[in-house]
Design a protein around this ligand. Structure first.
Ligand code: RBF
Length: 162
C-alpha cells in the first residue's frame, strides 16, 4: 500500500496541525539520513504542521535511536516520534544485530509509552539500494514515515480521543 498525503485511505484530509513531532535521526550514513529528514519535513509541511512543532534529535547511529525515541516519547512533549536511519549490510554481521535491535527498540517505544513511534529506518543491502529509498516523496522513507505518523494520530484522536 502506498501512503499518499493528498489521497488518504479514508478520504478525509489528514492534517498535522496542532500535533507535535520529534524526529530522531542517526548521523551514521549522514548524507542519506539527511535526505530522510528532509523528506519527513516536506511531508509535515505539506500537511500543515505548525512551524514550531517539530524538534530534531541527532544520535550517533541507528542502534542509539530507540533510547532517544523513548526519552522523547516519555517526556510528554510529543504526539509522535519519527525514527530515521540507514543501516547498510555491506559485509559485516553487525548489520543483523543493529537492524534487529533498532526495529525491536522502536516498536517497544510505542508499546511502552502509547506514543506512536514510526519506523523510517532503511535497511539495505548496499548504498545503491539505500539511495533508492531516500529519493523524493514516495521514494523517500522519511516522507512516508511522516505521512504515516499523521494518519495514525488522526485515527487515534478520532477513535480513542487521543
Ligand atoms: N549505524 C547505522 O546507523 N548504520 C549502519 O550501517 C551501521 N553500521 C555499523 C557497522 C559496524 C561494524 C559498527 C560497529 C557500527 C555500525 N553502526 C551503524 C553504528 C551503530 O548504530 C552504533 O552507533 C555504534 O555501534 C555505537 O553504539
Amino acid at each position: 500500500m502506498r501512503l499518499d498525503a493528498s489521497q488518504p485511505a479514508n478520504e478525509t484530509a489528514h492534517s498535522a496541525k496542532g500535533f507535535r513531532f520529534a524526529i530522531v535521526a542517526s548521523r551514521w550514513n549522514d548524507s542519506l539520513v539527511s535526505r530522510l529528514v528532509d523528506g519527513a519535513l516536506d511531508a509535515l509541511k505539506e500537511l500543515s504542521a505548525d512551524g514550531d512543532a517539530i524538534k530534531i534529535y541527532r544520535v550517533p547511529g541507528s542502534f542509539e535511536i530507540p533510547l532517544c525515541a523513548l526519552k522523547a516519547a516519555a517526556s510528554g512533549k510529543f504526539d509522535a516520534i519519527i525514527c530515521l536511519g540507514v543501516i547498510i549490510r555491506g559485509d559485516t554481521p553487525h548489520f543483523d544485530f543493529i537492524a534487529a535491535e533498532t526495529s525491536r527498540g522502536i516498536s517497544e517505544v510505542g508499546l511502552r509509552t502509547g506514543v506512536p513511534a514510526m519506523f523510517g529506518v532503511i535497511t539495505a543491502e548496499n548504498v545503491e539500494q539505500a539511495n533508492g529509498r531516500a529519493g523524493t516523496k514516495h521514494d523517500n522513507k522519511g516522507y512516508e514515515a511522516a505521512i504515516a505518523a499523521v494518519q495514525l494520530m488522526n485515527l487515534y484522536r478520532k477513535e480513542f480521543g487521543k
